[in-house]
Design a protein around this ligand. Structure first.
Ligand code: FNR
Length: 376
């Protein structure tokens, strides 16, 4: 993939150039409860701060006079080559940002050739989203329902609709303690933003009809959080699907080892953007130990706090095989719909290429050999 030419770069300058400017601009655009929900983290925000401070704590020394006129940013994931190392993280309920929601995001991802992950709690159904970009690489993120049959049926629906991997999120067995949403008395699920997949699910609808749930929203709530979740569910999922399985939210090396024993095909090192458990180390600080124990057996993806191309560079240098982006693209969606998503992500890409060139590396493989130095 080519870095945008200068003319495009100039046009883009009317768009908020960095993450903080974009966040501020979005604050003026969408209702306060929606904005607070997206921006917010768990508790006092310690994990969110740790996520960012981890990036700030690393620096590196460039090695120059290598011809970097032809930069190759491609990566291979589950047998497929992708031109960039960026992946769209699953972010639920995109009607909070824009009426075009997830279909607009998947179209942007397809245009940029960056794999897209759809959340269980999307505003549009997984089938609608798939049909917006049928040829594009898409993953389905699963929140395990309190009912195994329903969870596994969602996986079967995702398989039938052409999703190429299942991301099981393991850090959301209950919702994080989110002070901002409590102050605003705002729960987007209660406000009906997460209907997409449940509205289309035969098992969910049958349960609703049989009176298992008080009403639709009660059913959704009971199917999102699942505090019983344990390794036996991962084994069940392994038996149910031939698709690659990624566990999202792995931070402890022991969990990484256990996941490999069960036959998981990839890990996502993540603190859920600091939205779930407060007081956790920065996601980037958890990455090197996970990379070490995995030893190249499966891909290690990374998210939480990637707010620029330079951040992506640092995560890749610490051994991530690909980087996932959450808040930045949803801010892009809130700011300017599909075009906004494309602008944010192509700026990240352009900055990554610039950083690689100035650091003297022309491929992700050579980037990964750069040594990062951490301030004590
Ligand atoms: C999320 N994230 C998330 N993760 C997941 O597995 N399923 C989901 O439905 C959601 N929903 C969601 C909503 C919102 C508003 C945000 C901001 C995030 C977490 C997401 O996949 C990712 O881990 C973080 O967003 C990464 O951190 P950054 O990039 O936002 O710092």
């Amino acid at each position: 993939m080519q870095r945008s030419n200068d003319a495009t770069t100039i046009v883009k300058e009317v768009f908020p150039v960095n993450f903080n400017d974009l966040q501020e601009a979005v604050e003026q655009k969408i209702p306060k409860p929606n904005y607070d929900y997206i921006k917010g983290g768990a508790g006092s925000g310690q994990t969110m701060r740790n996520n960012r401070q981890a990036f700030e704590s690393y620096s590196f020394i460039p090695q120059l006079l290598n011809d970097t006129s032809a930069v190759n940013t491609s990566i291979t994931l589950f047998g497929k080559t992708h031109p960039t190392p960026f992946i769209f993280a699953p972010v639920g309920m995109n009607l909070l940002e824009h009426p075009d929601g997830e279909p607009a995001v998947v179209k942007a991802a397809a245009k940029l050739k960056m794999p897209y992950s759809l959340s269980t709690v999307s505003s549009y159904s997984l089938e609608e989203v798939a049909s917006a970009a049928p040829e594009h690489t898409k993953f389905f993120q699963l929140y395990w329902s309190e009912e195994d049959e329903l969870a596994l049926n969602m996986v079967s629906r995702a398989e039938a609709a052409g999703y190429e991997a299942i991301i099981l999120t393991i850090d959301t067995t209950v919702s994080g303690w989110r002070e901002g949403d409590r102050k605003n008395q705002f729960s987007p699920i209660l406000h009906g933003y997460a209907k997409g997949n449940y509205l289309q699910d035969p098992i969910f609808l049958k349960d609703l009809e049989n009176g298992k749930y008080k009403d639709f929203v009660d059913g959704v709530l009971r199917n999102v959080n699942h505090p019983h979740l344990n390794w036996s569910h991962v084994e069940k999922l392994r038996k149910h699907t031939k698709l690659p399985i990624l566990l999202k939210g792995v931070l402890h090396p022991n969990d990484a080892v256990k996941a490999l024993e069960i036959g998981v095909n990839g890990l996502i090192v993540s603190t859920h953007g600091g939205r779930q458990l407060d007081g956790v180390i920065g996601s980037l600080d958890a990455l090197p130990n996970i990379v070490k124990v995995v030893g190249g057996q499966v891909p290690v993806l990374f998210d939480s706090g990637i707010y620029s191309g330079l951040d992506a560079f640092k995560a890749l240098a610490l051994g991530a095989d690909a980087v996932c982006v959450g808040r930045p693209y949803v801010y892009g969606l809130a700011y300017a719909g599909q075009t906004g998503v494309e602008t944010v992500m192509s700026n990240f890409y352009d900055e990554l290429v610039t950083t690689m060139q100035l650091a003297g590396v022309s491929s992700i493989e050579s980037l990964q050999k750069i040594e990062l130095i951490q301030r004590g």
